[in-house]
Ligand binder design. Structure first.
Ligand code: ATP
Length: 507
């Protein structure tokens, strides 16, 4: 973990140094938990968005996309339950003055117990070698049983306290477990208070007619309130989905860990409307589909795991998260939720508009159930970057940092580099650039030594570098260097397009 923390720090500074991600308003010392995407970050982001949109909208004849406004009628958030219940229980340490999510402190404690149990298993594995019977060991080893039992008891207590909204009980549990602030090391806690995570603002030109509205904390509600419009205009029958990519805003209490938890972030959500009674089937279908999508990003399956929700929201009848092994541990990347007819029913109640679907198969009407997939775009970017970030030691002992991003996500696909800026090599290279730019996002670079330019392209993840050298001027051939192997081919200039077409895995 210490090593991963080191890696995480390097990744954060790499993102800044190479134009991927900058702290917002940096010249004014930044704005906490808000980030800007730079010239390469925005390309990576757009590529991920495009890939998600294709997988969800283009590849499904029964899913359509929308782009709803960020500002919505305040009743939306009353109906959705966000005004009354989109709260986090917060607690402050009186010595360090640092604020935490109270439930998170307990969850971290529980995770440590599971980690301790796993350590015992690992130790035993090493000790017993091939003869090790893991199941038997887990079932019978006293220490492992003790850690797991304790974790389960605390989990049950936490779930109950949260369900009952028992904030005093939550504080008592933190004290009983002797959970200390990692910074001050003390157990000197304030009371637990509820804190609504929505940002509010005023709509209207005069104080009298101003209305308090909210920046949307999720994109899903924009889909629900357009369900009738889509139903009327898209000619879809159940099951059908509505997808959306857009900004969401949450005034997060604990906003650390770079772009993992931001106050302004982007979600890619899809609500799948199904016939009541079929939702479990569709839930399983979307679980599988979404995991396949993650694996198709070129990230191995050990980096993902499922997290079944211990505490189901009152409106959900199934919920699971896909967690990713970030440099700071496994954390939520995407949620797949079976939300019943809760949201549509609430909007029907609050708006007075019937949210019914007429089912021609049974000649009857009902409110559809919904299975949702909800993924954080920024967290996906962090997953892709942290997996791609590699420090290579080369055969001559030097090192390089390379982002091993799949071709279809790489910000720049091809760099065109004159070996030196003279003898017409630069004009020759520019001609190649002007031809290729019609097909791929390319970069022309003539500054610094060729070695440094290769390093720069490696650091932003460019899959191919084309170099124009003295020989090019004589026989119209160029070298093409592949990022990961660093191997170079010499090919005729006329073959560049075909070569890239065959080798570059773009969508
Ligand atoms: P968490 O428990 O980590 O706060 P959540 O369960 O509140 O997340 P959802 O409301 O299910 O998250 O939102 C769907 C997805 O949106 C999450 O899986 C995550 O990828 C992303 N997301 C949520 N909050 C943030 C945030 N503050 N910054 C970046 N991404 C976020």
């Amino acid at each position: 973990m210490a090593q991963d923390n080191e890696l995480f720090k390097k990744l954060v500074s790499h993102c800044k140094e190479y134009g991927f991600i900058f702290p917002s308003s940096e010249i004014y010392d930044g704005l906490s938990a808000v980030y800007d995407y730079g010239q390469y970050g925005v390309e990576l982001k757009n590529n991920i968005k495009q890939y998600w949109w294709r997988s969800m909208v283009q590849y499904h004849e029964n899913i359509v996309g929308i782009d709803a406004a960020i500002l919505m009628h305040p009743k939306v958030w009353k109906a959705s339950g966000h005004v009354d219940a989109f709260n986090d229980p917060l607690i402050d340490n009186k010595d360090s003055k640092i604020r935490y999510k109270a439930d998170q402190l307990v969850e971290d404690y529980i995770n440590k117990l599971y980690e301790k149990a796993e350590k015992e298993v690992e130790k035993a594995k090493k000790r017993f070698g091939d003869n090790f019977d893991e199941k038997l060991f887990r079932d019978t080893n006293e220490k492992v049983k003790k850690y797991i039992d304790e974790a389960k008891i605390i989990t049950d207590k936490l779930v109950k306290l949260l369900e009952e909204n028992n904030l005093a009980g939550l504080k008592k549990l933190i004290e009983e477990l002797k959970i200390v602030c990692p910074v001050s090391g003390t157990c000197n806690w304030t009371d637990v208070r509820q804190f609504n995570l929505m940002f509010s603002t005023q709509l209207g030109s005069t104080a009298e007619d101003a209305m308090t509205i909210y920046l949307r904390p999720e994109t899903a509600q924009g889909i629900y309130v357009n369900y009738l419009n889509i139903l009327k205009t898209s000619r879809q029958k159940l099951p059908f989905g509505i997808a959306q990519i857009g900004k969401a805003f949450r005034n997060e209490i604990v906003a650390r860990q770079f772009i993992f938890r931001m106050r302004e972030f982007e979600q890619m959500e899809m609500q799948y409307f199904v016939k009541p009674g079929t939702e479990k089937e569709w839930f399983e279908y979307w679980k599988e589909q979404r995991m396949q999508w993650h694996l198709s990003l070129g990230i191995p399956k050990e980096k993902y795991r499922w997290h079944e929700h211990e505490k189901l929201a009152h409106y959900a009848n199934a919920a699971v998260d896909i967690e990713y092994d970030f440099p700071f541990g496994f954390k939520e990347l995407e949620g797949i939720h079976s939300r019943t007819d809760y949201d549509l029913k609430r909007h029907q109640e609050f708006s007075g508009k019937k949210m019914l679907y007429f089912d021609p198969d049974i000649q009857d009407s009902y409110i559809p159930y919904v299975v949702e997939t909800s993924i954080g775009l920024d967290r996906t970017i962090l997953a892709v970057l942290s997996h791609a970030f590699t420090e290579d030691t080369l055969s001559d002992g030097t090192t390089r940092v390379v982002l091993k991003i799949p071709d279809f996500l790489a910000p720049i696909k091809v760099a065109i580099l004159p070996l030196v800026k003279k003898d017409g090599m630069n004009d020759y290279a520019l001609n190649i650039f002007n031809d290729l730019k019609k097909y791929y996002l390319c970069q022309y670079d003539e500054k610094d030594s060729i070695g440094r330019r290769y390093r720069r392209q490696d650091a932003i993840g460019t899959p191919y570098c084309i170099t124009v050298d003295g020989q090019t001027l004589e026989d119209n051939t160029v070298t093409i260097r592949e990022r990961d192997s660093m191997l170079q081919d010499r090919i005729p200039v006329d073959n560049i397009r075909k070569y890239l077409h065959d080798k570059l895995n773009v969508i």
